[in-house]
Design a protein around this ligand. Structure first.
Ligand code: NAP
Length: 496
């Protein structure tokens, strides 16, 4: 149960505390924020509504702690991260239970998220030890006009305080994908968890506390993003922001100062299906890609662009598989569970009604109970329908029938998003040419888009973000190059 056993100290009465200066604290504001269980639609947990004063304190201590941490030997930093990873995995059950209750993630997937997060932290430690231990050595005489009189030594140094803001859909995994690289690289870290998912994040942070990280190096302030978000992202002590979420990221990019930004935003991942594709493989991937976690994944398949000649057969195959999806509460490990909030369900319904009014073919009848929306495949979707372009973040999948490959590429590239895309064909030459033409950060050939494995580079183009994630890229992004130049006197010794 949340807040029990080793997690007892993170709760006070029925309100979870925030984490600052290596301690669990109550906000003097006396205010809290409720977390609504998407399944019951009733308040499940409460977290502190942190104020600007608390943010200031957290930043002040993060700055001090970072200076010492940067001097801590790399192998010691790695050792602590491995310890935190082991503790996190040991306590996967209560953390996964929070995910079930806060974001209605199916029970098994919730456990997977926590275990994957532990693995991610360990990998960061290993990768950091390798790449941060290396630098460059340059000699001046390779540049025109220079003698061999300057030796340049470069190494990677930390940025300072990293602010991490993950979204609700993978609150633990997308938090540690920022925490692990930041800490191994010698930064301190301030986490602002999503409100839905905050309690799972607080439990995760406690695993770092139990591992024995220095006071103030990692902090976690809770509260609504709309209330403390601007204060955090524009705080003068922040040296880097790593954000994952929706359009909010664009607003943050405009407001943040001259600091490195890692923005992983929305997507409208296209699945292009050619005539020669293995349609059974495509259908399985559309189900996995479009409906896992009820479509609430940045890399979900969000539009199918299929050649007209095979569209009928593919739609029938997908329909048969949709009929087998289980729908219900996350505790029962159903395939389709309630979406995160009532406003999200209303937004999805708006897209469905627009498609209905404009004549899309409904492969199933539309059904909704509270936040639970039954999976729906919409065939014969046209470009004038909102669902052709917008990200539903729900179990609704549009199919657009195309008559040429160019039409599919054009639709993909006309989107303001450019996260991932996928192509299904048995012709690798065609696949490579289409991949080259698609304006997305990643293209998957013969599989649905996916964020993992977590050491692969992961990035979006256009409104899907800036910078690149993946463990190595994140470590590099959270450091800067420092050079020391040794200037030699001339003339040099003569040889022989
Ligand atoms: P969101 O509404 O943008 O929220 C993301 C985070 O930003 C939350 O922690 C939120 O806190 C915080 N926030 C809200 N207002 C803020 C402000 N003014 N300043 C600073 N932070 C603020 O996104 P979401 O609904 O959680 O997640 C869904 C979106 O994330 C989708 O668009 C999805 O595609 C995208 N996503 C992208 C990736 C990727 O890697 N590209 C991965 C996963 C999800 P509160 O919860 O307290 O509001």
């Amino acid at each position: 149960m949340a807040g029990s056993g080793v997690f007892e100290e993170i709760i006070d009465g029925d309100v979870f505390k925030y984490y600052s200066e290596g301690e669990w604290k109550k906000s003097p504001s006396g205010k809290s924020v409720s977390i609504i269980n998407p399944t019951t639609r009733k308040p499940q947990y409460k977290v502190q509504a942190c104020t600007q004063q608390e943010v200031n304190k957290v930043m002040e201590t993060a700055k001090i702690a970072q200076k010492q941490w940067a001097k801590t030997p790399l192998w010691k930093r790695a050792e602590l991260l491995h310890k935190a990873a082991a503790i996190l995995k040991e306590h996967k059950a209560p953390i996964a239970d929070c995910l079930v209750k806060e974001i209605a993630k199916p029970a098994k997937d919730s456990v997977t998220e926590v275990v994957r997060s532990g693995d991610l932290i360990s990998y960061c430690a290993e990768e950091g030890v390798r790449i941060l231990g290396e630098g460059k050595f340059l000699v001046s005489d390779s540049f025109p006009g220079n003698e061999r009189t300057k030796y340049c030594l470069t190494s990677k140094v930390p940025l300072g305080v990293v602010l991490a803001i993950p979204p609700f859909n993978y609150p633990v995994n997308l938090a540690v994908s920022k925490i692990g690289p930041a800490l191994i690289a010698g930064n301190s870290l301030v986490l602002k968890p999503p409100t839905q998912g905050a309690v799972a994040c607080l439990h995760m942070v406690h695993c770092f506390h139990l591992a024995g990280f220095p006071k103030g190096l990692i902090s976690c302030v809770t509260g609504k993003g709309s209330e403390i978000g601007d204060f955090l992202t524009m705080h003068p002590s922040v040296n880097c922001i790593s954000f994952t979420g929706g359009d909010t990221g664009m607003a943050i990019s405009k407001k943040a100062g001259m600091i490195p930004l890692q923005m992983e935003l929305g997507g409208k991942d296209a699945c292009i299906v050619l005539e020669d594709a293995d349609l059974d493989l495509v259908a399985s991937n559309i189900i996995k890609g479009g409906f896992s976690y009820s479509g609430q994944r940045c890399t979900a398949v969000k539009v199918v662009l299929v050649m007209e000649s095979v569209a009928g057969t593919l739609v029938e195959k997908v329909k048969a598989k949709v009929a087998k999806l289980t729908v219900g509460p996350p505790e029962d490990d159903c395939d389709i569970t309630p979406v995160v909030s009532e406003s999200s369900a209303n937004f999805i319904e708006g897209l469905v009604m627009d498609a209905k009014q404009k004549g899309a073919t409904f492969c199933q009848s539309y059904k909704r109970e509270g936040n639970l929306i039954w999976p729906l495949l919409l065939d014969n979707v046209q470009p004038d329908m909102r669902i052709a372009w917008e990200e539903p973040f729900g179990p609704i999948l549009p199919v657009i029938r195309i008559t040429s490959v160019e039409e599919g590429i054009h639709h993909c590239n006309a989107s303001n998003f450019g996260l991932q895309g996928c192509i299904f064909t048995r012709d690798i030459n065609k696949a490579m040419l289409i991949s080259d033409a698609m304006e997305t950060g990643t293209v998957q050939i013969n599989s649905a888009p996916a964020r993992g494995p977590d050491h692969f580079p992961f990035q979006g183009l256009k409104d899907s973000g800036i910078g690149s994630q993946g463990i190595t890229n994140s470590i590099n992004m959270m450091t800067k190059i420092k050079s020391t130049v040794i200037n030699l006197p001339t003339p040099s010794y003569t040889m022989g």
